[in-house]
Write a protein that binds this ligand. Structure first.
Ligand code: UDP
Length: 367
């Protein structure tokens, strides 16, 4: 029996499958194009001694007991509840929208009952939102939509919310209380020594070989036979873009601009969103999340772009249709599995990525 497992990509999906198969006695080879493991979670200590995420902030949050237990096997976790402010009308207001957001922007003094009423009066009655604009109008109403969501989304996606599926905006809840946390999941934490360390621990197994700086498509003919192959890259690239003659499957990228400042802190919270000002979408001061004590601080400005590494699948009907053509091709293949955000063309959170990889392993191995 062939006991070789090939995994393309060392992000959450690839590393989780590698760990599972290595522990089952398989020999695992991971092929990774980049110079590091961890996918977009990769972080490192910069020349000033500050821990920074190379691909922007990754805030772990989950209600999934199984995933939480799993990730705790590979790192200690430090509780961290993310808070985001949005710079609107020259002041910082909480996102997701809560009572304070409305009180600040409209100079009101609502309590919980007043907030429910305010939403009742200001939101639009759209039973079944068909796009992200409708979903925002139904949940926060026109004025907040225009102040906080419309232009941010245009900057982030180069599309207006009415050109994006409702799921995009549905990621942001609306609160009728004063809870200003970005997430409300039971477990919210960061790995104590960073994500890269977590991935090192995940992949620390004698049965796992990692080939960095290696593009699978350059070496695939020399890989020999294998029991199974897991592909976590872009699905269209796997099929040599064969359905993309006219339209391409779109991926949104981000250019991260790092700046280290000679001051202890820069901004009032870890992330500040800029819906209406500047070319960047947001600034993250990671030190506020890690709690690192340091006389300097590194900030990361995010500029969305069509050029560069693919980060976000772009959920709209055109892309979904094209993706579906590629997906059908995957069904014709034997012992090859497509897993993760880029291969499934889906906007997964980190915990969902762990969950999908764990479930896929269980599903295959239970057979
Ligand atoms: N969004 C927005 N204004 C904000 C925050 C988010 O319009 O202040 C929209 C935007 O379209 C964004 C989406 O909501 O892409 C999801 O936001 P989230 O913070 O989940 O995005 P991520 O952190 O995954 O980039």
């Amino acid at each position: 029996m062939n006991n070789k497992i090939i995994i393309i990509g060392a992000g959450i999906s690839g590393a989780t499958l590698a760990e599972r198969y290595a522990n089952k006695g398989y020999k695992v080879v991971i092929i990774e194009k980049r110079h590091h493991i961890g996918g977009n979670c990769y972080d490192f200590i910069n020349s000033d001694g500050l821990l920074v995420p190379l691909y922007g902030p990754h805030l772990f949050h989950t209600n999934d007991e199984g995933v939480w237990k799993y990730v705790n096997r590979f790192s200690e976790w430090v509780p961290y509840e993310h808070r985001v402010l949005s710079f609107v009308d020259r002041r910082y207001v909480p996102v997701p929208v809560n009572i304070k957001t409305v009180n600040m922007l409209f100079n009101l003094n609502l309590d919980e009952k007043g907030m429910v009423q305010w939403l009742e009066e200001n939101t639009e009655k759209i039973a079944n939102p068909q796009n992200s604009e409708e979903s925002a109008l139904a949940r926060v109403g026109k004025v907040l939509y225009q102040k906080m969501f419309k232009n941010y989304t245009k900057k982030q996606w180069d599309l207006y919310p009415n050109e994006l599926a409702p799921e995009v905006m549905n990621r942001i809840p609306v609160r009728t209380n004063f809870d200003d946390r970005y997430f409300t999941d039971k477990y919210q934490a960061l790995p104590k020594d960073g994500y890269t360390k977590l991935f090192k621990n995940l992949l620390n197994h004698k049965n796992i070989e990692i080939r960095l700086n290696t593009d699978y498509f350059d070496i695939k003919d020399s890989l020999g036979t294998y029991a199974k192959l897991f592909y976590t890259g872009q699905i269209d690239r796997f099929f040599d873009y064969k359905f993309s003659n006219i339209e391409k499957l779109q991926y949104r990228s981000i250019r991260f601009e790092f700046e280290t400042l000679n001051q202890e802190y820069y901004q009032p919270t870890t992330t500040v969103n800029y819906p209406n000002d500047y070319d960047f979408t947001r600034i993250t001061e990671h030190k506020r999340a890690t709690g690192q004590i340091h006389p300097k601080t590194t900030i990361i400005r995010e500029y969305s772009s069509w050029e560069g590494e693919p980060y976000y699948p772009v959920p709209n009907p055109k892309n979904q249709k094209l993706y579906e053509e590629y997906r059908k091709e995957t069904e014709k293949l034997k012992d090859i599995y497509f897993v993760g955000r880029l291969a499934n063309y889906k906007y997964f959170n980190m915990d969902q990525a762990f969950r999908n990889a764990l479930d896929l392993f269980d599903m295959i191995e239970r057979k």
